[in-house]
Design a protein around this ligand. Structure first.
Ligand code: GLN
Length: 283
């Protein structure tokens, strides 16, 4: 990249390069990457638009461009992604939190508000970056939570996110396979487990296939393996009036509801749709 470029020129040039490569979010990506390369926030990018990039900044930006053009998501390059208005740090062991998963948060909040229990205890199975639990704790100042993950790297990221958001004193993190090590009674259990059928992984977008951990995607032959584990554990761990809210993949609503009923859980509502209109969460 030309080291004489101004911030604005470099931003435009990168936007064009990404657009020519068929990246739909080219302009947004270019802004985020130049912000990361220069340390400038949105205001800084405007105020310092005519400043010439330093050699270091230009080199960093070029390295980011190469990674982005190779299909790495911006969230991976930045190491951070916003979810429910919270900035979450990612690691190689965590899924990039998706806007779709905010549907799980919404359904869970509806349940918590309807039950209106004081100091509700929440369990998040396979927490990854901690997205769902931390969103719920940020909304419910008297709630407490436990999050599990089989990946120590994911738990490290989740714990760091809890600390950075000032939520660490209400969240505990346990290394275990879903709820295998846990006893007790919870008011709400949430999970976004791996649910992609193994045979469908090869057809996923490169940004997902190559950059999200396979363990967070692969739901076994029919995509439902995780639910066969989680739902009986939830039936064991839910207190009276408690609820399980799980994210589901496209077309999995009926199967997941049937698994819940088979474990003695009622399924009072149809699945909830995400912003794209896809059924995304079952309570
Ligand atoms: N929603 C993710 C995707 O479509 C999958 C996440 C998951 O398996 N829980 O790529």
């Amino acid at each position: 990249m030309d080291q004489q470029n101004s911030v604005a020129e470099a931003r435009r040039a990168l936007g064009r390069r990404l657009k020519d490569a068929g990246i739909e979010s080219a302009e947004l990506d270019a802004r985020l990457l130049i912000g990361e390369a220069t340390g400038l926030d949105l205001t800084g990018l405007i105020v310092q638009a005519e400043r010439v990039l330093t050699l270091d900044e230009a080199e960093r930006l070029d390295a980011f461009a190469v990674r982005r053009l190779a299909g790495e998501p911006v969230a991976r390059i930045l190491g951070v992604r916003e979810f429910w208005g919270l900035a979450l740090r990612l690691s190689d062991d965590t899924l990039v939190p998706r806007p779709d998963t905010e549907t799980v948060v919404e359904a869970a909040l509806d349940h918590l508000r309807a039950e209106a229990r004081a100091r509700p205890l929440i369990l998040d199975l396979g927490t990854g970056s901690g997205a769902i639990l931390l969103a719920l704790l940020s909304e419910c100042p008297d709630a407490f939570g436990v999050a599990t993950d089989i990946s120590l790297g994911a738990l490290r990221a989740a714990r760091a996110n809890a600390a950075a958001l000032g939520l660490a004193d209400r969240a505990g993190f346990v290394a275990c396979d879903y709820a295998a090590a846990l006893g007790g009674s919870f008011d709400l259990i949430v999970s976004n487990p791996p649910y992609i059928p193994a045979s469908a992984i090869a057809a996923l977008d490169v940004e997902v296939r190559e950059h999200d951990p396979r363990r967070a995607l692969d739901g076994g032959e029919d995509g439902l393996d995780a639910y066969r584990r989680i739902i009986p554990e939830a039936a064991r761990l839910l207190g009276r009036g408690g609820a399980l809210v799980v994210e589901i993949g496209q077309g999995q609503g009926d199967d997941v509801a049937a698994l819940m009923r088979a474990s003695g859980l009622a399924v009072p509502e149809p699945p909830r749709r995400d912003l794209g209109g896809v059924f995304r969460a079952v309570t």
